[in-house]
Design a protein around this ligand. Structure first.
Ligand SMILES: Nc1nc2c(ncn2[C@@H]2O[C@H](COP(=O)(O)OP(=O)(O)OP(=O)(O)O)[C@@H](O)[C@H]2O)c(=O)[nH]1
Ligand SMILES: [Mg+2]
Length: 222
């Protein structure tokens, strides 16, 4: 009975996510579903991405948290529209929450929406949000074994951002072990090594992203 209910919930979510995808495609908006553990650096990465894109592209952010509006406030300080969703306990965002947030954004003016999902490596991956791309951030202090322990999120993501590389000398994190773990799960995953603290690796990421957006969107010219 419980399993059936869960299947129904996921099927209803998928249906709505497909509608959202159609809206994003019709409007030419590139949508990132950004997932990671609490504290991996999602908001820091979004802020760095905004700085790298904002001269060329209109960006908006949807912030998902169990409680508080602190992340949305940080984003707004960078001059970008941010809608805060509080899930009130739910460990992930779902398509219905995103639909509600879209009513508060001027979709005709946007090129990209970055969605910061609720911090954890398990639940968010099950719920499609109509996104163009799923991404996961892993930060160095979390350890190189995370793909082995939480495989789904690493299988479903097209991009892995390895954040806090400035801490590599201070913790036991083995890059080769990480790459070996990923090879068995998702060898095609695009890996960007960054430090949001020192803004390193962000140029490479931003230029890859702009290339992807250029392919999908009519708005970006060189
Ligand atoms: N040393 C170092 N610290 C970082 C880096 N990126 C983020 N931090 C710090 O890590 C902490 C968490 O960063 P956030 O960006 O808030 O992480 P988050 O994933 O958005 O966290 P939640 O929204 O709470 O899940 C903050 O104290 C950041 O300053 C980095 O590249 N290097
Ligand atoms: Mg955050």
């Amino acid at each position: 009975m419980e399993i059936k209910l869960r299947q129904n919930i996921l099927a209803a979510n998928d249906k709505l996510a497909a509608k959202l995808k159609e809206i994003f495609e019709n409007k030419g908006i590139y949508v990132i579903n950004l997932m990671a553990s609490p504290g991996a650096g999602k908001t820091s990465f979004i802020l760095q991405t905004i700085e790298a894109l904002k001269d060329d592209l209109n960006v908006a952010v949807i912030e998902g948290d169990i409680a508080s509006k602190v992340d949305a406030e940080k984003v707004r300080e960078h001059g970008v529209a941010a809608i805060q969703i509080n899930t009130g306990g739910a460990c992930h965002l779902d398509a219905n929450m995103i639909r509600g947030a879209l009513n508060m954004l001027d979709l005709d003016s946007l090129d990209i929406i970055i969605i910061e999902n609720v911090g954890n490596l398990v639940c968010p991956v099950e719920f499609d949000l109509g996104e163009t791309v799923k991404m996961v951030i892993l930060s160095v202090p979390e350890g190189d074994d995370k793909p082995l322990k939480y495989p789904s999120i690493f299988v479903e993501s097209e991009v892995l951002v390895l954040n806090k590389i400035d801490l590599l000398d201070y913790v036991d994190f083995n890059l080769e072990s990480l790459e070996n773990g990923l090879n068995g799960l998702n060898p095609a995953i695009n890996i960007f090594k960054v430090s949001c603290k020192y803004a390193s690796g962000i140029d490479e990421w931003a230029s890859w992203l702009k290339g992807q957006i250029r392919k999908k969107s009519k708005f970006l010219t060189d």
